[in-house]
Design a protein around this ligand. Sequence first.
Ligand SMILES: C[S@@+](CC[C@H](N)C(=O)[O-])C[C@H]1O[C@@H](n2cnc3c(N)ncnc32)[C@H](O)[C@@H]1O
Length: 274
Amino acid sequence: MNKEEKLIKKIYSENVLKEWKRLIKDPFHRLEFDTTLKFLKKYLLKKGTILDAGGGPGRYSIELAKLGYNVILLDYVPENLELAKIKLKKEKVQHKIKNIIEGSITDLSNFKSESFDAVLCLGGPLSHVHPNKKRKKAVKELIRVAKKSAPIFISVMGKFGTISRFHKWIDEIKDTPHFRKFYVKGDDYQWHGGKAYAHFFEVDELKSLFANKVKFLENVGLEGLASPCQKEINKMAKKEPKAWKNWLEMHNKTCTNKEVAEFSLHFLIIGRKK
Ligand SMILES: C[S@@+](CC[C@H](N)C(=O)[O-])C[C@H]1O[C@@H](n2cnc3c(N)ncnc32)[C@H](O)[C@@H]1O
């Protein structure tokens, strides 16, 4: 385990409840959750076994189990998996969870090739893998364990969407070498208040990791054009229901536009294993 991996493990083990609440805490965060679920439903087969890799405390695993899928949940952080066990039981779907495994997306040797009807790596686990060589290996592993023709869903933190939220991190922009490293390479060593590493992707960079083993299907901006304006979006959603309804309609129509995905705080790439 390298230094970056140790720090990431520490950060997530200290933020388990925060992570559990993250995707449903307000309308802005629900954009990521609801948009991802919409595209999972669009491409998943009616039934089968799904690997939720880097699945954290299991938000997506629970939803998929409720939809009738068999799920294997894998995450780096045991504290996340402990919470997942409690939540799965509470939702009465533990029988659909075939295994809960502490492990890394960079080494899926627990699983045989072509094991899963779909493979998920959602909400940015790949953004925490360092260096680039390991990210390539992780994607190779995610592809290896997918069955032929299975859909593969990977969502990450986007570079341009993050830059568009500049008002949140003026001090980091003032730090010239740090900011340059961020906007040129996508590398951020001050993620989570200076405590950990994250890699912020461009769309083509993530797509290129699929190489020639996966047919590209779609890129999706998960927060889309709402990305820079979290506070204002939450205000509109709470106080202006008509405007929010129209915004959601626009979001659903524009989120697959490449520029919108590029501009999004998180974006999702969907492919099908050849
Ligand atoms: C932002 S959370 C996303 C969790 C979940 N997929 C979701 O979308 O709600 C990122 C997750 O990636 C996990 N993670 C980070 N690096 C990982 C690695 N190398 N292998 C597996 N999981 C990893 C963390 O433990 C954390 O649960």
